[in-house]
Design a protein around this ligand. Structure first.
Ligand code: GCU
Length: 560
């Protein structure tokens, strides 16, 4: 370490101020196991920290007086700061925070009464995008990734009175996952639940139950557990979303869950659920709402699935990142199959090993969290990435990781077709079970007949799911079928699309883009007004556009 000048003041001259906070990379491995604990949701104080003064000057140490007890001047006042209801997206807290990108310091105090438990964890269901966690003046660790859970053990740190400080930064960066350029809104905050979880000295860290090929239940438990003998005679399906109450006990530890058992596999170009060929009649959805941003409520999740079922869907693509833990739990109950995805989106830095590790960590956190959810049938490792050697190596590793981490599910990705040769020939297809294809013939590609040429030229040996198609339409805006941004044009695009897709034998699934209009800072046309208008419903979900009824009618008659 070079000599520091005598006038060096770390809080203002330390150009690499995040270095002390890289040591402990937190992750989410506890799974979502209905642990006993206390919620830390509620009123938190917050400070808008554009210059990262909390991390630079170490506010969290609360170093308020010198050795002689003389007060230092402070640039923070945790408990007189403004307050915010957590979980929430700060963007919807006030007009001045709507487009804020940077660091926000969240803090609250809480009392903790030891219940005789042996170990205590602080668990976050999601923080967008990177979070630095401090408890009682100590640095506990850092988590990167906006959409997956993480936790840190606080057994030896908690006292009767505690203070937690969390610095959350949502700045888009080239080397983030996703990178700095996406087609959705960059919400920030402690936007999902925060809680204390209590466990015995040795506990069941994670478990996975699935149907073995012989029909028995296969239990993979991280710590030996005594699974009460069970049999799963009724298999989960969208028509009959049967869930079993599962209890695992180990020593003093006991966890419970409600689990459905089903088998999903691909044979040739067919997708089989519980031994029967199926079609994925779906729709895409972002984790977004007018009222709550990315902090969608359970009621909003249920409403999305209800509308999808009204459209005669049995399937939904949760784009482009892991949605709330409730999304798959509610889909289990309501009978909706799911495609879940990590945000390896567009131009990721595929040559960067740190970026790969960040992507793989988010994939593992997602799988750990949701692998007991019968509704989840597909893990997607990315969306619309140009087929390069570096990208192929990156995505192949992810696909192989997903397969080895969870052999009981299918792996896919939203691939791009070859626009020059009009061919489905993405090299990643070799390493995934289902070939996802995004295509916008009739919209971004006005020459609609090229869709037919694409299918005539392509002979995929695996099932293809059209995981995006669509067109923008301003709700209630009407005109001729050729007038862009009208509901009539969107209707025309959908009519021509289903007409062609219904005839392609290896297309086994469709999820049009998208269920409802969503916030998007890339969309500056005055009709769009910072919204992507490809929804089949308006952003408030009060209005169904004409194209909604095309999918509703098509899915009612589309069959193997
Ligand atoms: C892309 C992308 C979406 C985007 C959509 C659009 O396919 O995957 O995230 O919103 O097209 O352009 O509307």
């Amino acid at each position: 370490m070079e000599n520091q000048a005598g006038n060096f003041l770390e809080s203002i001259h330390n150009d690499d101020f995040t270095a002390p906070y890289q040591a402990k990379q937190l992750s989410g491995r506890l799974g979502d196991l209905n642990r006993p604990g206390e919620s830390l949701n509620g009123v938190w104080h917050f400070g808008i920290d554009q210059y990262d003064n909390c991390l630079r000057a170490k506010f969290f140490e609360e170093n308020t007086h010198d050795e002689e007890g003389r007060p230092y001047p402070l640039d923070y006042s945790f408990d007189t700061w403004e307050t915010m209801q957590i979980p929430s997206c700060w963007n919807l807290h006030s007009e001045r925070l709507f487009l804020y990108e940077g660091s926000m310091v969240f803090t609250r105090k809480f009392r903790y009464k030891n219940h005789g438990e042996k170990r205590v964890f602080l668990h976050f269901s999601g923080a967008a995008y990177v979070a630095y966690v401090f408890v009682n003046r100590q640095y506990m660790g850092k988590h990167e990734g906006a959409s997956t859970p993480f936790e840190v053990e606080v057994t030896d740190v908690l006292q009767d009175e505690n203070r937690i400080v969390v610095v959350v930064n949502n700045t888009r960066k080239r080397t983030n996952v996703p990178c700095e350029n996406t087609d959705w809104f960059n919400y920030g905050g402690l936007y999902r639940d925060v809680e204390i979880l209590r466990v015995p000295e040795t506990f069941i860290r994670d478990f996975s139950l699935s149907l073995a090929p012989d029909g028995s239940i296969q239990a993979l438990i991280t710590v030996d557990g005594s699974l009460k003998n069970g049999t799963a005679t009724v298999h989960w399906s969208p028509e009959n979303p049967k869930l079993y109450d599962v209890v695992l006990e180990y020593g003093e530890d006991k966890v419970s869950d409600r689990i459905g058992f089903r088998e999903i596999k691909v044979v040739g170009t067919e997708i089989y659920l519980n031994g029967k060929p199926i079609l994925l009649k779906g729709i895409c959805a972002h984790e977004d709402s007018v009222l709550n941003g990315k902090s969608v409520s359970e009621a909003e999740i249920r409403e999305n699935y209800r509308i999808a079922k009204e459209m005669n869907c049995n399937y939904m693509r949760l784009a482009h990142y892991p949605h709330s833990v409730q999304a798959a739990r509610i889909a289990d109950e309501m009978g909706i199959m799911l495609w879940e995805e990590i945000p390896v989106y567009w131009a990721i830095e595929f040559e960067n090993e740190n970026v790969y590790n960040c992507a793989e960590n988010q994939l593992k956190e997602l799988i750990t969290r949701d692998r007991n959810r019968a509704s989840v049938i597909i893990w997607s490792v990315g969306n619309e990435n140009v087929d390069s050697d570096a990208r192929l190596k990156f995505m192949r590793r992810l696909a192989q990781t997903a397969k080895s981490f969870d052999p009981a599910r299918l792996v896919s990705a939203a691939c791009l077709y070859d626009g020059e040769a009009l061919l489905i020939n993405d090299r990643l297809s070799e390493y995934i079970d289902i070939i996802g294809i995004n295509e916008y013939f009739g919209w971004y590609q006005p020459e609609f007949n090229n869709l037919i040429r694409l299918f005539d030229n392509s002979k995929p040996a695996k099932p293809v799911v059209i995981c995006e198609l669509g067109a923008d339409a301003r709700a209630f805006h009407h005109g001729s079928k050729d007038e862009l941004m009208t509901e009539d044009n969107q209707l025309y695009v959908y009519q021509r699309q289903v007409e062609v897709l219904s005839k392609i034998p290896y297309v086994k699934g469709i999820s049009p883009w998208i269920l409802f209009d969503f916030r998007c800072p890339r969309r500056l046309h005055s009709l769009q007004n910072y919204y992507n208008l490809k929804g089949l419903l308006s952003a408030d979900k009060k209005h169904k556009k004409l194209a909604f009824y095309v999918m509703q009618e098509f899915y009612a008659r589309w069959e193997i």
